[in-house]
Design a protein around this ligand. Sequence first.
Ligand SMILES: Nc1ncnc2c1ncn2[C@@H]1O[C@H](COP(=O)(O)OP(=O)(O)O)[C@@H](O)[C@H]1O
Ligand SMILES: [Mg+2]
Length: 318
Amino acid sequence: MLFKLAPKETRKELYDRERELEELHRLTKTEWVIILGKRMTGKTSLLKTFLNEVGGVYINLMGVRSIRGLVEELAKHTGKIGVEVSIPPLLRVSWTRLAVDIFSRFEGKIIGLDEVQELPANYFLRLLKKIWDTYNLRIVFTGSIMGVIKKLIEPGAESPMYGRSPAILELKPFTHEQSRDFLLRGFNECGLRVRDEEISETIELLNGYVGWLTYYGNYRCIRGLDHRRALEKVYEEGKKIVLEELNHFLEHRKNREKYILLLKSLPANWSTLEAKIGVNSKILSQMLKALENAFLVEKKGKTYTITDPILKKLVLEL
Ligand SMILES: Nc1ncnc2c1ncn2[C@@H]1O[C@H](COP(=O)(O)OP(=O)(O)O)[C@@H](O)[C@H]1O
Ligand SMILES: [Mg+2]
């Protein structure tokens, strides 16, 4: 069902994404791959569907910030490939060595590591190099372009992954036509007749984010809300998700207030921001880069904008 809220896991449930699936099949024959894209564009759904088709292993690393955490997540899945791993109760165990050992058990498989951005980059990259050089296993990553993903995409000459960059598959939001088709098919599936103006307004507001479209459809079809109420509810629920991500992004940043001011000032071009934010151009440029890398802000022509409709509305309330 298209309006099911959980990530999709089979091609039948997934709207379109045929090209992306074929590309994953082709690339993973020889490459490691990173799936990039904004939240709610369907990265997890694409990854899970693909892994199901190739008998791969899906590992969710959201919130995992250490190699030990990675080992613990990996160990949960070894049962599925028929090996048991016991984590020794030693105080001085080398988590990296243990991680390499567990990865080696997946030889010949494709492993999907979802949301890797919080792993400690240096340890993780060294671990990846060892795996890359030694074992025949393929990895598909997802995450925003912060931390470790950034270092994987642009490894400096000193990086253990220099010359070993994964291929990139970028997942874009739907076009208006795709959004319309998605909604019409979903409503058709659940047998609900919806007015054309309601469809058009929803497409306009939700800006091609399949996740938000799915929530809207779900609220109408499954929970029986009317158009207005469903849109409000998408915003209410979406806000929680987006706020958590935003707070996470701001967590370790000194100039939190400046970031918020910047976000509130969008859409805007460079000179407007320079005049308004009150930081020097080097800092402003770093701030914008960080926001772009986290997929919170996008540069369109000369204008910096927020494309996520939920975030756009949310920042005005901060
Ligand atoms: N191609 C698709 N067809 C149908 N539903 C989708 C598709 N992609 C994502 N969804 C739905 O959108 C929501 C967000 O998807 P998810 O895969 O978690 O996105 P991401 O990992 O990019 O945040 C989920 O409810 C999921 O079921
Ligand atoms: Mg996801």
